[in-house]
Design a protein around this ligand. Sequence first.
Ligand code: GP9
Ligand code: MN
Length: 420
Amino acid sequence: DGSSLVEVDNYVQANQASVNPEMFGKYKGRNVILVQLESLQSFVINNEMNGQVVTPFLNSLTNDKDTFYFSDFYHQTGLGKTSDSEFIVENSLFGLGRGAVFFTHGGNTYNSMAEKLGENGYFTNVMHSNNSSFWNRNEIYKSFNIDKFYDIESYDVNEENSVNWGLKDIPFFEQSVDLMTGMQQPFYSKMITLTNHYPFTLDPEDIMIPEYTSNSGTLNRYFQTARYLDESIKVFFNELKEAGLYDNSIIVMYGDHYGISENHNKAMSMYLNKEEITPYDSALLQSVPLFIHVPGSGDGQEIDKTAGQIDLRPTILHLLGIETTNDMQLGADIFSDEHEDFVIFRDGRFVTDKLVYAGEVCYERETGEPTAIEACQPYIDRSLIELDYSDQIINGDLLRFYDEETGNLLQEKLEEKIEE
Ligand code: GP9
Ligand code: MN
């Protein structure tokens, strides 16, 4: 009921991480381009496959003078896959433990990152060449207050420029930059790629490296589509430069969720040169790359703080000088000194800088050896609380009763609700 909002609100307020004054507002006014990299996991970054570099362009960004590269960042999605990652990033809340929150709670009241950016003068949009109703996007985007969805209708899609799920990533980026050229600035565009998606197929002319050589065709092809995705990002950056949109933008790119499931553990163990993939390994394999690219800033560095998708909303908004003090969010600004090296997975697993909890076993992160459960217990307790609070907010549609401008609970509405 509504009274639980009081409890959740107290918890969120008590756990807010303060902003980093050196970073707050540093990139104010820039366009924000978010790129969700379909199924891209960290294990291909700065790695080779049978002597072939898999992601040359992204590798170059890991030590680029204008790029923050986060090397210990994780997806936190559940069954909602791509849509969960969108949900987590927009709201700094978890998806649900069952089903996809995009479908089950598309009509809720939210306080999305897009809405905040809209209030700060941004034109907000999503670019993704699929039918608008896929994952119920057309409905929930209204609840997120997103101004425009450039869906499949906005793209020129034909047999030649499509493969697998639809429009190939390279023409997707080319056409998207054309669309951006006409946008009011500053804008916030969330772009969702598609080619590096199961079953990871390409047309022969787009194949840049050979297949891997394991018993899993899925993993074998994954390297090829990841290579293609990498190439498409390179093309995208060049297009942005040509369009004159590069210098005044901040480009945030992250993997949405895993591409290689535990069904391919045997092939993965071969690739990673391990005897077997343990629950400890599987948890760490949920790492996805995160890049925050700020052209011309010279601020680039590698950041190895343990963080997750839930942290992106406050991190991005603070870089733009937009406060989130009163927001009902469960993540924390990664640049804050108070950000904790602790990332909770939707299924209750977690990773810290020192521990990994998976399969109900507490592992020492450094050695991978099981350790006493007591070491993990405080984090287990907090994981359960945070997942539960997130569920309560969503299931009770509690943001209806919350005034994010003041951080006040809407007492009258709440009391009515409690009386019900
Ligand atoms: C569909 C695309 C893929 O539009 O976002 O979704 P996924 O299957 O990865 O959740
Ligand atoms: Mn996806």
